[in-house]
Design a binder for this molecule. Structure first.
Ligand SMILES: O=C(O)c1cc(=O)[nH]c(=O)n1[C@@H]1O[C@H](COP(=O)(O)O)[C@@H](O)[C@H]1O
Length: 312
C-alpha cells in the first residue's frame, strides 16, 4: 500500500488551475469596507452542477490519523489533507473541513488549516469550515474575521453555525457573509441521536427545525442568499425541510453512514439541483492512506451521486 505523500506546505496548497469555480481572492475581502453582495449561490451552483454534489470531509482526528498509520500531530494532519487533495484533483466541488481537528494543534494547526483552504481554492473548490459557531453581539463580527472570506484569518467560503441562541443572534454573521460573498450554514436539523428532542420539538404549529428552515428562507428573501442550511434528517423530513428553503444551499450529511441509504440522500439532493451538497468523510477516509485507493473511492461516490444528481 502506497503511503500518503509526505508534504511541506506546497503539497496542500498546490493544486490544479481553478476550473470554472472560485479562484482565491476573486471576491472582495471582509475588511475592505462596504461591498455589493455577490451572487453567492450561483457560484456554488456552477460548481455543484459542473463537478458533483459530492463534498469531501477533511478530518485529521486522532482516530483517522491512527488508522492511516500517521502521527497524531500537525505533520500527520498535513500529510492526510495533502493525500485527500491529491486524490481529488479538481473533481470535487466542496470540502467540509473540521476546524477542531486543526485547532487542537495550536498556532501550527491554524496555519495548516489556512494552507488547506488555499489548497482547496487552488483546485477551484470551495471550503466549508465546520466550527458550529454562535454567540451574541459583537463576537459574531470576530467570528467573521476568523472564518469568512478571503481576507479573514482562515479564508473560508462558509462556516457552520448553530441557531439555538435564537436565529436573530446569527444576523451579524449573516450580514458579514453577505458582504463577503460567503455562506453561513445554519444547523436546521442534525443527524445525531440527541438532536430529535430539541430540533423535533414543537414550537406552535411547527417543529423547531421547520421554524429554523423558515427563518433561513425569510432571511434570504429579505437580505440576499447568505443563509444556507444543514439538514441531517431521514428522507421524508429532509425533503420537507429543504422544500421550505428554495433559495438556500443545503448540506445533507449522512453519505456512507450506517442506517442511511445513499438513494434517499440522492433523492433529496435531486429535489434541489445545484443547491445540494452531499458530504462524506468516513466513506472516503477509510480508503486511505493509499492515494490511488482514495481516488477510486472518490470516483465511486461521484458515480453513485451522479446517477441521481447529474453533473455535466
Ligand atoms: O455539520 C455537519 O456536517 C454534521 C451535521 C449533522 O447533522 N451530523 C454530523 O455528523 N455532521 C458532521 O459530520 C461529521 C461526520 O461525517 P461523515 O463521516 O461523513 O458522516 C461529524 O464530524 C459531524 O461534525
Amino acid at each position: 500500500m502506497a503511503e500518503a505523500r509526505p508534504g511541506g506546505p506546497e503539497s496542500v496548497a498546490d493544486g490544479a488551475a481553478p476550473a470554472g469555480g472560485r479562484s482565491t481572492g476573486r471576491r472582495g475581502g471582509v475588511c475592505n469596507g462596504p461591498m455589493a453582495a455577490v451572487s453567492t449561490v450561483s457560484a456554488w451552483t456552477d460548481l455543484l452542477l459542473t463537478r458533483s454534489a459530492l463534498c469531501l470531509g477533511l478530518a485529521p482526528s486522532p482516530k483517522w490519523l491512527g488508522a492511516w498509520g500517521l502521527p497524531d500531530d500537525v505533520g500527520g494532519a498535513r500529510r492526510m489533507c495533502g493525500a485527500v487533495l491529491e486524490a481529488a484533483g479538481d473533481r470535487v466541488s466542496v470540502y467540509r473541513i473540521q476546524v477542531p481537528f486543526f485547532a487542537r494543534f495550536g498556532g501550527a494547526g491554524t496555519a495548516l488549516l489556512r494552507d488547506v483552504v488555499d489548497g482547496v481554492h487552488g483546485r477551484g473548490s470551495l471550503a466549508v469550515l465546520d466550527a458550529k459557531v454562535c454567540d451574541a453581539d459583537d463576537t459574531m463580527d470576530s467570528y467573521a474575521d476568523l472564518y469568512l472570506g478571503p481576507d479573514s484569518v482562515l479564508g473560508g467560503d462558509a462556516v457552520t453555525a448553530t441557531p439555538f441562541m435564537g436565529f436573530a443572534a446569527l444576523d451579524p454573521l449573516l450580514r458579514r457573509a453577505r458582504e463577503s460573498g460567503t455562506l453561513v450554514m445554519v444547523l436546521v436539523r442534525t443527524s445525531n441521536h440527541a438532536a430529535g428532542g430539541v430540533q423535533g420539538a414543537r414550537a406552535g404549529t411547527r417543529t423547531v427545525a421547520q421554524r429554523t428552515a423558515d427563518e433561513v428562507q425569510e432571511w434570504n428573501e429579505r437580505h440576499g442568499t447568505a443563509a444556507a442550511a444543514v439538514v441531517g434528517a431521514d428522507r421524508a423530513e429532509a425533503a420537507e425541510l429543504v422544500s421550505r428553503m428554495p433559495s438556500a444551499v443545503v448540506e445533507l450529511p449522512g453519505l456512507g453512514r450506517a442506517g442511511r441509504e445513499t438513494g434517499d440522500l440522492v433523492a433529496v439532493a435531486a429535489g434541489a439541483p445545484g443547491r445540494a451538497v452531499l458530504p462524506v468523510t468516513t466513506g472516503v477516509l477509510r480508503h486511505g492512506p493509499d492515494v490511488a485507493a482514495l481516488r477510486a473511492g472518490i470516483a465511486s461516490w461521484r458515480a453513485e451521486i451522479g446517477a441521481g444528481v447529474p453533473a455535466c
